[in-house]
Design a binder for this molecule. Structure first.
Ligand code: ADP
Ligand code: ADP
Length: 225
């Protein structure tokens, strides 16, 4: 776990400024949701935390460390995408093990972490299947499994539920919250769905056109006239 500090962060694509001096302090273990309409800059901000986009100004810290110039692989983060990004030719177990294999982790440790993640996510009897043999919800669990196995300091979620049908979306909200209560990993989660934000977040950051419009606990934000 680690805190994440976003201080006066800006982003321009060419001459177009899309993030204008954003400040967010995320505590160790906090579950923060960035919410706002399409195009407001949520995904860009998340990708800057991941190191997948350069930042045009300001500073991002993960724990005590300024990560502005740290490449994605050296940031202790794991990202879950809406399109799952599973490897189609690998089994569930191999998908979950892949990043640890790349890092040349010992085989026994890989097996232990994969089996623990599978148990947490209810994937125990699906380990030998391929992604095409899974339902949407199961695929999303495998994508989360890949993130858990790495035991990162920070989880980043980019609209992870938007490809799922309404019923499964509600179920997965609960599962992701339970996962967070269990692991307490600092989480930054992007969605355009206000209900998702209300039901899942410790803190909601409402963005609009590259600025923060409101920030606070769900009840503090929406209880007021
Ligand atoms: P959101 O995730 O809230 O939908 P994005 O972060 O994807 O918003 O986009 C924020 C703004 O930045 C949008 O106006 C979008 O068109 C623009 N944008 C995103 N990526 C690029 C890019 N690679 N080049 C130019 N403009 C971009
Ligand atoms: P994995 O593939 O299990 O995510 P890797 O070790 O291949 O693990 O990931 C290396 C780095 O690449 C990660 O730290 C992350 O920042 C970034 N990354 C991981 N998955 C993706 C992805 N699907 N698209 C873009 N970047 C990614």
């Amino acid at each position: 776990m680690a805190s994440v500090q976003i201080a006066d962060v800006r982003k321009a694509y060419g001459s177009t400024q899309v993030i204008h001096g954003v400040d967010i302090d995320i505590d160790d273990g906090e579950f923060v949701i960035l919410v706002g309409p399409s195009g407001c800059g949520k995904s860009t901000l998340l990708r800057m935390i991941a190191g997948l986009e350069n930042i045009s100004g300001g500073e991002i810290r993960i724990g005590p460390k300024v990560v502005n110039d740290v490449p994605p692989k050296e940031r202790d983060i794991a990202m879950v995408f809406q399109n799952y990004a599973l490897y189609p030719h690998m089994t569930v177990a191999d998908n979950m093990a892949f990043s640890m294999k790349l890092r040349k982790a010992p085989k026994a440790e890989i097996e232990e972490r994969v089996s623990k993640a599978a148990q947490i996510l209810g994937l125990g009897n699906l380990l030998e299947r391929y992604p095409r043999q899974l339902s949407g919800g199961q695929r999303q669990r495998v994508a989360m499994g890949r993130a858990i196995v790495r035991d990162p300091q920070v989880f980043l979620f980019d609209e992870p539920l938007s490809n799922l049908d309404a019923k499964l979306r509600v179920q997965m909200r609960t599962e992701i919250k339970e996962l967070h209560q269990r692991l307490k990993t600092t989480t930054v989660y992007v969605t355009h769905d206000q209900i998702e934000a209300m039901t899942m977040a410790d803190k909601i950051v409402v963005m609009h056109d590259g600025i923060i419009e409101q920030m606070g606990a769900p009840l503090d934000l929406y209880d007021k006239p």
